[in-house]
Write a new protein. Sequence first.
Length: 373
Amino acid sequence: MQNKILNFFSYYQWWKNLDKFILSIIITLFLIGLFFSLVSTSLIASDKLDTNSYFFFFKHLFFVLIGIFIIITLSFISKISLYKISTFFFVISLILLLLVPIIGVQVKGSTRWLDLFFLPRLQPVELVKPFFIVMIASIISSQKLNGFGLKFTSSFLITSIIIILLILQPDLGQTLLIGLSWVILIFVSGINLFFLISISMIGIISLLYITFYIPKFAYIKNRLLSFFDSETGTHNFQSDKAIESITSGGFFGKGIGEGTLKNRVPEAHTDYIISVISEEFGVIAIILILMLFLVFIFSIFKRVNIEDDNKTRLILIGSVSLILLQAMIHIGVNIRLFPTTGMTLPFLSYGGSSIISVSILSGIILNLTKRKV
């Protein structure tokens, strides 16, 4: 009886201290993603797989439910337990990323996935990203490491290992995402701006050299050249169709189920979900979704401003920056502002690994924004 009372009290305290406004935005974004998964994948499943037209939707729902369980678990545990778990899973996810070049599955010229018997078609980098933020923030704010130089070097080495593994796949989009996230965390920690710009320029030049002068990355080179020269390029079909869909949808869209992009472009429900939404529901729907993201980000930054613990502040800034950068890259690709990268839209895009990744980030955010007892 006493244990039941203690458990009830623990759950009550968790619910009482939880930032319910941030939680409500997370749930709303997941529900929007489920709705658009239903309307954008039902025809794909019935036409291409000759199966239940709700196949993708139920799969998406399954991962969202797992994601909500992860969010509740990570937001419920203590802050110390969260840091310990993050360290453990960072090591595990890094090992999985190391296995990709060895036993990874190749799809469309890239080897980014693992087919494990308990986790089919897992993209390890999606697991690495949230725990990477915690690890880098922990290193930068560590009291055990003396001097910023040691902290910078340690964080740089970890980031470099991950970037090298991503380049080998190759995955330019995730490489940029990891690199930019590290730059943001280092920047807000107080590094000299000139030094940071110098490091960033060296990184950009190195990536360009690898892309243009190493044969393995020829397809990325062709994709970049196609992006800047659309007349001669052969890699703009998806982006062109995406921009056409946004234009044809107008302000209010063609109507539910009337869009054609989901049938013309492969993986439209993942990499081009924002164009699918715009075609059927109009630019107004996109503006409302973007506003929801902005409110979500603003709510977290409000908590950052009143947070005293440097480590917590860095993790929250890193987590929200990761979500913001990924959303910006996804939208940028859809409106042909960036070359095609295969980047999902957090919360909304179909994809198990992506949903699990953003759920881990959400759980971490909710844990660190809880009201202090």
